[in-house]
Design a protein around this ligand. Structure first.
Ligand code: FES
Length: 352
């Protein structure tokens, strides 16, 4: 009997059992995948029992909802940070590292949905901050959305020279008439492959670790979010490649409580002139025991050739996030197929 090799990020969460249990394709439970025996390694509440006892109900389907765009701030040519008002409950769910959501405009078809990593989760204010790189049609559609209101300085007047009536104490806002909202679906959890090994299934930070975090471009966003969660409880140095991201954005979103240093690194230059030597030298000299890389597949592959990567950005093509569409499928050397929107247990470092 072949032991189940799959590890599902949603297993045991409020979103389990999911659609895959209903279609007979559960990634963890063999009985919910059409077999008549159990071979799972899962140590939590039995998914099969949960599903049957609840009358074959899918738990907490992630519904789309509308969230107000509170801020739209451009950094450089093509990066925009959107701040969405999602409410405290949703912001709390977004607090775990690796969280991402799907976004689209209300009037757009579903195929406009785009997965975006959470860069910051402000639980008290009920807001999430997302860094969006304008690449093509889908990303440009969402960065066009402007807030209905904009924060303004005290004493600002409107076009008629009249004091703005929205000014109230410190919460001074001006109606600038933007479209102001986006459709949000989430929260999804597998934005960082290997995250479970770093923070454990209950999100506990391993304080004995010393992490080296390497980011390139908007790979900084999930790194900032992870550092926010770590909150200085473990040593973590971050090496940022600022080739495709503005210094201003990094300065604003790098968490204050960083138990470590931040340095810049030019990955392209490193690999053009010295291969992976300097990265491995930095890793050894820093006495790190954990390596996390948020960069393109090319750099993940290059670094993965000489250093063991413990966690990495999930760069697979995420389309539904639910394990249904198969867009994110990855087949390993043994011919086993993984749906990477759900699977956090393997760490591909080769190009695919
Ligand atoms: S994104 Fe659809 S199956 Fe993974």
């Amino acid at each position: 009997m072949e032991q189940n090799f799959y590890d599902c990020i949603d297993c045991g969460t409020e979103n389990c059992p999911c659609y895959l249990a209903a279609t007979g394709d559960c990634l963890v439970c063999s009985r919910l995948a059409g077999k008549d025996y159990c071979d799972c390694n899962w140590k939590g509440v039995c998914i099969y029992n949960e599903f049957i006892q609840s009358g074959k109900k899918i738990n907490n389907v992630r519904e789309e909802f509308t969230a107000k765009v509170e801020e739209n701030k451009r950094y450089g040519q093509d990066t925009v940070v959107l701040v969405l008002d999602v409410g405290r409950g949703f912001a709390l769910k977004c607090a775990k590292p690796g969280s991402y959501v799907f976004l689209k405009r209300a009037e757009d078809e579903d195929f406009y949905n785009i997965p975006i990593s959470v860069m910051k989760s402000d639980i008290t204010g009920g807001k999430i901050h997302l860094a969006v790189k304008e690449m093509s049609a889908k990303s440009k559609r969402i960065t066009e959305v402007q807030p209905h209101f904009e924060h303004i300085d005290a004493g600002t007047t409107d076009s008629a020279g009249k004091a703005n009536e929205n000014i109230a104490g410190s919460n001074k806002r001006e109606n600038i008439g933007g479209e102001d909202s986006l459709c949000v679906r989430g929260v999804y959890r597998n934005g960082i492959l290997g995250i479970k090994s770093l923070i454990g299934p209950r999100g506990k930070v391993d304080t004995d670790r010393k992490m080296m975090i390497v980011t390139k471009g908007v790979g900084f966003a999930p790194a900032a979010h992870m550092l926010e969660w770590i909150d200085g409880r473990a040593r973590a140095d971050i090496y940022t490649d600022t080739d495709k991201i503005e210094e201003e954005l990094i300065a604003e979103y790098l968490p204050q409580r960083l138990n470590g240093k931040r340095e810049n690194i030019d990955l392209r230059r490193e690999f053009e002139f010295k291969g992976t030597e300097r990265i491995s030298a930095l890793y050894r000299a820093g006495g790190y025991d954990t390596l996390v890389v948020f960069a393109s597949d090319y750099y993940i592959e290059q670094i993965g050739k000489i250093l063991k990567i413990d966690a990495r950005s999930n760069n697979f093509r995420l389309c539904c996030g639910e394990g249904v569409c198969g867009a994110c499928a990855f087949t390993d050397d043994f011919g086993r197929t993984f749906k990477m929107c759900k699977c956090s247990g393997i760490m591909p470092t080769e190009s695919f």
